[in-house]
Design a protein around this ligand. Structure first.
Ligand code: SAM
Ligand code: SF4
Length: 326
């Protein structure tokens, strides 16, 4: 098992397939013009396969594909087919636009679950948040997954004055649809115009839901980032990812691999460890992986040690979310 200096074992690998995307969500991308990484600098399908196998041989049992938008990569099918052969739970986080094109791959590769990001149930607001007009297609694709009985979760970044007025609408959605709606606290990254005033905390979210619904907490697994709740009579459920107001670093089992082959031992770490160059040079990358994970900081990359209201975004050194792989 790959372990850090605090005894945390790491069995969950999140692989970013690309930093390219067909949406432009303001909270994820820098405001200025963003140059996507050219294809030649990305890990190629055989390289992803080789690196993933090394992780699997050393205890990784879950792999999540993410990005950028993983399904904009032209060779995504090939990558998925390769990873689908490994003895892991395969999962994906996607904006949902290309689910229809990828459905047969999703079914054949036996994805454990698909997380679709959808921050609003309103078409016009979707356009404002994402700067692209794809609401209808994403909404149709959520139903397509449900028709095929594929476990579906909806990721909602909860932000004040953006979509806090829709929290109850999302809960109403879970009454009739068997989905887990996951409210994510808004996080700061390079250039994403984060402000602590816009964070809807776990407490804020629960207070809004409480006005209309009685809910019951469900058991939380040691490694889980989302705290789940059920509501009697609802086909679905909801959960909250309280990264800012109540971080969950003590049970962290996650390793991130950026699309250009850099290992990040934490979402918020500024340090990155290049795996792709040594792999291309024929070096053994296992010791490099082990040392990078060993040095993982106790909490939030050693960078966000304050209460979130006091975070000074100007001193955060990190990539943007689209470039890390969420
Ligand atoms: N393109 C895919 C998608 O949108 O699902 C995968 C990549 S995206 C970076 C992964 C997740 O990160 C999405 O659920 C997105 O909403 C979330 N995310 C991006 N920026 C965020 C931020 N600043 N705070 C909280 N969550 C964020
Ligand atoms: Fe693209 Fe996902 Fe980031 Fe939106 S959240 S810009 S869909 S990578």
């Amino acid at each position: 098992m790959i372990t850090d200096q605090f005894g945390r074992t790491h069995n969950y690998l999140r692989i970013s397939l690309t930093d390219n995307c067909n949406l432009r969500c303001f909270y994820c991308m820098p405001e200025e013009n963003y140059d996507f990484t050219p294809h030649s600098k990305l890990m190629q399908p055989d390289e992803i396969d080789t690196i993933a196998k090394i992780f699997v041989e050393h205890g990784v049992t879950k792999i999540r594909l993410t990005g950028g938008e993983p399904f904009v990569r032209k060779d995504a099918s090939k990558i998925i087919r390769n990873l689908g052969k490994l003895p892991v739970q395969l999962m994906c986080t996607t904006n949902g636009i290309r689910i229809d094109d990828m459905l047969s791959e999703i079914i054949q590769s036996d994805f454990q679950s698909i997380n679709i990001s959808l921050d609003t149930l309103q078409k016009e607001k979707f356009l404002k948040i994402t700067r692209r007009d794809y609401f209808d297609r994403v909404f149709r694709n959520i139903h397509l997954l449900l028709q095929h009985n594929i476990k579906t979760k909806i990721n909602v970044v909860a932000m004040k004055d953006i979509n806090d007025d829709e929290i109850s609408d999302f809960i109403a959605f879970t009454k009739v649809h068997p989905v887990e709606v996951r409210f994510i606290e808004f996080m700061p990254f390079s250039g994403n115009r984060w402000s602590s005033n816009q964070v809807m905390t776990q407490k804020d979210i629960l207070n809004i839901i409480r006005e209309k619904y009685d809910f019951n907490p469900l058991p939380v697994g040691f490694h889980d980032t989302a705290k789940p709740y059920s509501i009697d009579g609802h086909k679905g459920s909801f959960s909250i990812i309280s990264t800012m107001s109540e971080p969950f670093c003590s049970g962290c089992n996650r390793i991130r691999l950026t699309a250009d082959g850099k290992l990040k031992n934490c979402l918020f770490s500024k340090k990155e460890t290049d795996l792709l160059t040594p792999l291309r040079n024929g070096e053994d990358i296992l010791p490099i992986i082990e040392s990078a994970i060993w040095s993982k900081a106790k909490t939030q990359g050693g960078q966000l040690n304050e209460q979130f209201e006091k975070i000074n975004t100007s001193i955060i050194q990190n990539r943007s979310m689209i470039n890390i792989g969420g």
